[in-house]
Design a protein. Structure first.
Lengths: 109, 560, 92
């Protein structure tokens, strides 16, 4: 999106737009992506933790807000907002897989 | 998050995050914090708002008098509860349910008794401080679930603001005791840092525990996934009613009291098992009362309940006052006797406490103020005030810090103006609205129907005026005027109290109620604090002085 | 009330010692920079007093509430100390 020619004004506008996009991207990643990641992590921990089911679910939920907070901090600390999205979606995919496999292979409810 | 997209360090990115997270939810969080802080003393505030109860004084005969009153009031009832006044209330709270009525709050009858005479007291209808309490976690005027989600999102953002604030605070230990006065932006920053850092454990606790208290609403996915949607089974297993795997039950020896999770007010009131048929006689309660009173001499009895009266399974439950451990949510000892034979029953079994549950209990007990004794409550109240001031200094700092930008522009941009108006309306306006609520509590006639609604309406009308007023005044004028308004209203509360039927400050200091004296004193102190703020602000240069001089006065004419 | 006040006093003194162990505040209150030995002694004394305050607090209110109360007492103590420190910014 950068212009090698043209007035400073045009470059300034595209820089401002890029900045806003960057901020919006990270806010969405942190808020929605982060919540989704925390939710999937909670579901995963609830079946993975070697505890009675109720205790595992309780502990996992207890930790969920910490997970979400960490993701938010990370989303704004990382250099590239693209990395943020890749990281979050990747983690969601892995955790979801582990959760589904663990639940399927465990004792039936 | 630099506008030019250049790379920056962790401290810089966290500083950006802290500023914007704090600003976006700052005004809402200030209200939540202030209302929450007041909720720590909601019993005391509500007592002040019911002057009809100020002259109830407890003595050794209070319980027996109340029991006799219950025999008249609730003669046919299967179950009733008597809640005795501690340091935070003056009257006896009684609940009962008539036979053949459904379970639940709607069918529960309640009354207040004078602790000294046993007579039924009629207090004015008011939401009391319950209005503040409910506002702080579910707001008002919207479906409760929206309110809870909004507050919860703001709470998560607050958590982010705290963490990013700590990361960005470079010399957190070196600057621990630093408070530079009269230095404009730096003074505000020092105040913001101090109120943040000094009560940092509290702020982390209050924020995280706030989320925990709504955990089933906000994050049900773990339970839903592990139980395939069967939440009822989860709750049954979690509370120990069903055992799942390794969880066992704990036997308590006969004669030892069980610790049962603390309830609010009438904890032992079960109000069930109501078939209306059997009529088995009940033992006289006076000997049991005397026995338990002697056993719990230091702490005293908090409440007495009778359940299933007239049936062979009828029980009398005594709950002890106190219960200071946070690990079991301030639970206190419980003694259960058969109402037919007078024999001590084995206590109910409680499931063993996991580390996770204990952690949850400690954090939520602190949040809910399930603590014993006035000192702990005062510490929580003061910490809450620190948090309120932390948020307030933060939003004020935002404006102060950008004064050079405004000077360079030569005007106040619309965004800054919005922040200015909201700052005054939130920070100075809320105390005005709260004071108005208290004024209406005493000025609206006690017998008027809907008077509780009028109190709440008055609160919102006052607050709305505080949002409109700054639109027509300069930033400094708006601050000074609203701070003075708040100061005067609050400082007049003790006078209002004495003139409208409450226990005056002097009489309350001498013979109680202690809570009413404390309210009046805190109101005076708050008024003084706001007045101090108003005075300081009216003299404040608002960041204009030094820089203006450099631009407007030629350098030769400037004093050395 | 008594034990609570003792716990508070211990905490105030402990924080005060920590405060004076810092160059900046030592100069502010006592004038002159502290020697390395003074700094070490003040820090050790400060920690000892704070721990004593914690112990007192736990003895008064129980384990869990005692730790929470100690944190609260630290808050109040810190505010008191900061407000009591002489204002060095005006001297500049």
């Amino acid at each position: 999106m950068s212009h090698a020619y043209g007035s400073d004004g045009v470059r300034a506008v595209s820089r401002a737009a890029r900045h806003r996009l960057n901020v919006l991207s990270r806010v969405l990643a942190a808020a929605i992506g982060g919540y989704a990641l925390a939710a999937v992590a909670t579901a995963c921990l609830s079946v993975v933790l070697p505890l009675p089911r109720a205790d595992a679910a309780f502990l996992a939920t207890l930790l969920s807000f910490f997970v979400h907070a960490c993701v938010v901090i990370w989303a704004f600390a990382v250099r590239s907002s693209m990395h943020v999205w890749i990281g979050i979606t990747g983690a969601i995919a892995v955790l979801a897989l582990v959760a589904i496999v663990t639940r399927a292979s465990g004792a039936p409810a | 998050m630099r506008a030019d997209g250049a790379p920056e360090g962790l401290r810089q990115s966290m500083s950006w995050l802290h500023t914007w997270a704090g600003l976006v939810v700052g005004w809402l969080l200030y209200a939540v914090f202030l209302m929450g802080t007041l909720s720590y003393v909601q019993s005391e505030i509500t007592l002040w708002m019911k002057p009809e109860l100020h002259r109830s004084v407890a003595d050794e005969g209070t319980l027996t008098r109340a029991v006799r009153r219950m025999e008249a009031l609730a003669s046919g009832a299967r179950s009733w509860t008597i809640g005795l006044p501690g340091g935070r209330e003056t009257a006896v709270r009684v609940f009962w349910r008539e036979p053949d009525t459904p379970q639940g709050r709607a069918a529960t009858q309640r009354a207040l008794l004078d602790a000294g005479t046993g007579e039924v007291l009629e207090a004015r209808e008011t939401q009391g401080a319950g209005f503040f309490y409910r506002f702080h976690f579910q707001l008002y005027g919207m479906p409760w679930i929206w309110g809870r989600w909004i507050v919860s999102i703001a709470t998560m953002i607050m958590l982010i603001a705290i963490v990013s604030g700590v990361i960005t605070h470079k010399k957190i230990f070196k600057d621990f005791f630093t408070f530079r006065r009269g230095k404009g932006q730096r003074s505000w920053l020092d105040a913001h840092n101090a109120t943040g850092v000094f009560a940092l454990p509290f702020h982390l606790m209050i924020t995280y525990s706030g989320l925990l208290l709504f955990m089933n609403l906000l994050m049900p996915w773990g339970v839903d996934f592990a139980y395939r949607g069967d939440r009822d089974t989860y709750f049954a297993e979690a509370s120990g009613r069903l055992t799942s795997g390794a969880a066992g039950t704990r036997q308590a020896g006969a004669g030892t009291a069980a610790r049962v999770e603390g309830g609010r007010g009438g904890g032992g009131f079960h109000g069930d098992r109501d078939d209306g048929n059997s009529h088995v006689a009940t033992v006289p309660l006076e000997p049991l009362i005397a026995r338990v009173t002697a056993l719990w001499k230091a702490d005293g009895i908090d409440s007495v309940s009778i359940n299933g009266r007239g049936t062979p399974e009828a029980t009398v439950e005594f709950r002890r006052r106190g219960g200071g451990s946070l690990v079991d949510r301030g639970a206190s000892d419980l003694l259960i006797f058969s109402a037919v034979t007078g024999e001590l029953q084995p206590p109910p079994q409680t499931p063993p406490l996991t580390a996770a549950r204990a952690t949850y209990n400690v954090l939520t007990s602190l949040h809910l103020g399930r603590v014993a004794g006035p000192t702990m409550r005062w510490l929580l109240f003061l910490s809450g005030l620190a948090g309120t001031l932390m948020v307030a200094t933060g939003v004020v700092l935002w404006v102060v810090k950008r004064a050079p930008d405004r000077r360079r522009l030569g005007r106040t941009p619309l965004g800054h103006r919005l922040v200015e108006v909201l700052n005054v309306a939130a920070v100075a306006g809320l105390p005005v609205a709260i004071a108005a609520y208290f004024f209406l509590n005493r000025l609206v006639p006690a017998g008027l129907a809907d008077r509780a609604d009028w109190e709440v309406r008055g609160f919102f009308i006052a607050w709305l005026l505080c949002f409109i007023h700054p639109l027509f005044r300069s930033y400094r004028q708006a601050w000074v005027e609203q701070l003075w308004a708040g100061a005067m209203l609050l400082a007049l509360l003790p006078l209002l109290n004495a003139l409208t039927g409450g226990s005056s400050l002097f009489s309350a200091l001498v013979s109680g109620p202690r809570a009413v004296a404390a309210f009046d004193l805190v109101a005076l102190a708050a008024g003084a604090l706001l007045a101090l703020g108003a005075l300081r602000t009216s003299r404040h240069s608002m960041g204009a002085r030094k820089e203006m001089r450099r631009h407007s006065v030629p350098s030769e004419a400037r004093p050395a | 009330m008594g034990p609570a006040l003792i716990a508070f006093a211990l905490v105030v003194l402990g924080l005060l010692a920590q405060c004076l162990a810092m160059n900046r505040h030592h100069e502010q209150v006592l004038g002159g920079q502290p020697s390395a030995r003074a700094r070490w002694s003040l820090r050790v004394a400060g920690w000892a007093l704070l721990v004593a305050g914690l112990a007192m607090s736990m003895a008064t209110w129980g384990t869990s509430a005692g730790i929470a109360a100690w944190a609260g007492l630290l808050t109040v103590a810190a505010v008191c100390i900061v407000l009591a420190l002489p204002d060095r910014s005006r001297e500049r």
